[in-house]
Design a protein around this ligand. Structure first.
Ligand code: NAG
Ligand code: NAG
Ligand code: NAG
Ligand code: NAG
Ligand code: NAG
Length: 483
């Protein structure tokens, strides 16, 4: 029986291993993590992450060929294939701070593997890592082990949160990078054999190690770039009276471009896009490719610009001040169908409004109160560093209340900001909401999900990203505020 061990029971490791266990009943899969609370949750009825379909898969396999354990060394030592799915946060201090990835967790995982291994191992990079990590890991592993052979593979994960299980069951492609030596190719084949239990052969792509590592960064950079491109257009649409939905639709009909990822929004979020681009920028800079670095850096700048622009629009529309006003925030997760708030644009928008002394009433169907408070009081990038989770700025949180539904959040509010495209926000009773709000009542739709015409008929003043402006808003051009 082949034994697989995955180090790291997070958003990638947990769902990926659950699907491998489901599709390969003859493979024994163990997910290990040093966090006792996380492993306890994986072994309970309340899984530590929310993902449609995940519960069913875990229930079906757990205790049969899928196990969650904190006994890291035992399972690593027994495994044939070790997936490493640990964090690679952005460095917050030292050389490359704000850009370079922190490889501490990777390095200690590699050292631990080297320490406990008594048989040959295939070590698979599963988390997104900077190009050339495999080489570093290889050095650590082989430096001090005379008779054990290690093969390093890169197998980046392309799943999207919110659709992780579907993405894993039916991937566009599985990418496996390995050394071009006979032993390297044997390892590639071993991992290919795992995936070919359910993934068609022609969707399993094999490359060299560095191509696989870079492909993941490139794919995320291209996706983020599409969002920044359409968001840049949305600003121009507002300025000219064009409608970004119509522009996107027309552009997306071109088969060379395609219709996906063309929705304008308040900005992209999630744990990967920004981090991977920063990573890419850092690699470019290290290789002396300044122009290439600047090109990709602009994708992040436009994203920050879009969030700022949204806050400016809110403040300027509401008579240039939100001080003391109640603003309802609908949605906090970085996108619908996930409880994940990492790098969510809601953090920057809320901070911007709090900076103008607004009172926020926040509702999200999947994000817990303490998570929101933690996010709003943490420094940038701190979410990714479990070591210093101490809130740094608790003062801001005093002006925030977290409530249990959209009607409570909007009661007596001056304005509403929709920051996540949850389906339930599309079917709210906006007449009822309007009746319970202060007038004039504003809706700022950061996800373009409301029916603008209907809301205007009710009496709302509506701002919808990239759409022709409400006459009210036209007369109050967005001012540029000091940050
Ligand atoms: C390696 O194993 C030794 C002895 O079991 C232990 O003292 C040491 O801390 C381990 N090192 C790592 C990096 O796990
Ligand atoms: C390597 O050597 C150790 C100690 O002599 C032994 O226990 C282990 O089985 C050997 N591993 C392989 C893969 O030969
Ligand atoms: C923008 O275009 C979409 C798609 O044609 C349309 O449904 C919507 O009503 C338009 N919005 C405005 C504010 O004109
Ligand atoms: C993007 O826009 C299309 C067309 O308006 C819509 O069908 C789709 O649900 C939108 N996607 C998101 C994530 O809002
Ligand atoms: C596991 C292993 O091979 N450990 C060796 C690493 O190198 C030092 C120094 O040569 C040896 O003392 C260890 O036994």
């Amino acid at each position: 029986m082949v034994k697989i061990c995955c180090i790291g029971a997070g958003y990638v490791g947990g769902p990926t291993m659950a699907v491998i266990a489901l599709k390969c009943p003859k493979i024994l899969v163990t997910v290990v993590d040093i966090s006792i609370s996380r492993i306890t949750a994986w072994n309970s009825d309340q899984l530590p992450i929310y993902e449609p379909g995940l519960d069913e898969v875990v229930k079906q396999c757990r205790g049969k060929n899928l196990f969650f354990s904190t006994d890291v060394e035992k399972h690593v030592s027994e495994a044939d294939i070790i997936f490493v799915s640990v964090n690679t946060p952005t460095k917050t201090r030292g050389l490359g701070a704000g850009k370079a990835p922190e490889l501490t967790y990777w390095e200690s995982a590699a050292r631990m593997i080297a320490n406990v291994s008594t048989s040959n191992k295939i070590v698979v990079e599963k988390s997104t890592v900077p190009v050339k990590t495999a080489e570093a890991v290889e050095r650590i592993l082989t430096f001090n082990s005379s008779n054990i052979s290690y093969q390093i593979l890169s197998n980046p994960e392309f799943l999207a949160e919110g659709t992780a299980i579907q993405d894993l069951l039916n991937p566009d492609r599985v990418l496996i990078g390995g050394r071009e030596t006979p032993d390297g190719q044997k390892a590639v084949q071993a991992l290919k054999d795992v995936y070919s239990h359910w993934v068609p052969e022609d969707r399993i792509i094999t490359t060299n190690l560095w191509s696989a590592e870079l492909s993941k960064l490139a794919a995320n950079a291209f996706l983020a770039q599409r969002i920044s491109s359409v968001n840049a257009m949305s600003a121009l649409c507002e300025a000219t009276g064009a409608n970004v939905s119509q522009v996107s639709n027309a552009v997306g009909k071109d088969t060379r471009i395609g219709p996906k990822f063309l929705n304008a929004s308040v900005g992209f979020g999630g744990s990967c896009f920004q981090k991977d681009i920063l990573n890419l920028v850092y690699i470019c800079e290290c290789n002396g490719l300044t122009e290439v670095a600047k090109y990709w850096e602009q994708v992040i700048k436009v994203n920050d610009y879009q969030k700022n622009r949204f806050v400016n629009r809110v403040v300027s529309s509401m008579f240039n001040t939100v001080s003391g006003k109640k603003i309802a925030i609908l949605g906090f997760a970085f996108k619908k169908d996930t409880g994940d708030t990492r790098e969510t644009p809601a953090i920057d928008v809320c901070r911007g409004l709090l900076g103008d002394k607004a009172w926020l009433s926040i509702y999200d169907p999947q994000v817990a109160e303490d998570q929101i408070k933690k996010d709003l009081s943490m420094n940038k990038f701190d979410w990714d560093h479990p070591v210093h989770l101490q809130p740094s700025n608790t003062a801001a949180v005093n002006q925030v209340s977290i409530v249990g539904d959209a009607y409570e959040a909007t009661k007596d509010a001056h304005g509403i900001c929709i920051l996540t495209e949850w389906d339930e926000f599309k079917t709210l009773d906006f007449q009822k909401i309007f009746d319970n709000m202060k007038k004039p009542a504003f809706v700022f739709d950061g996800r373009n999900i409301v029916n603008v015409k209907k809301l205007r008929e009710i009496g709302f003043i509506v701002y919808s990203i990239g759409k022709p402006l409400d006459p009210w808003l036209k007369d109050t051009p967005a001012v540029t505020r000091d940050k």
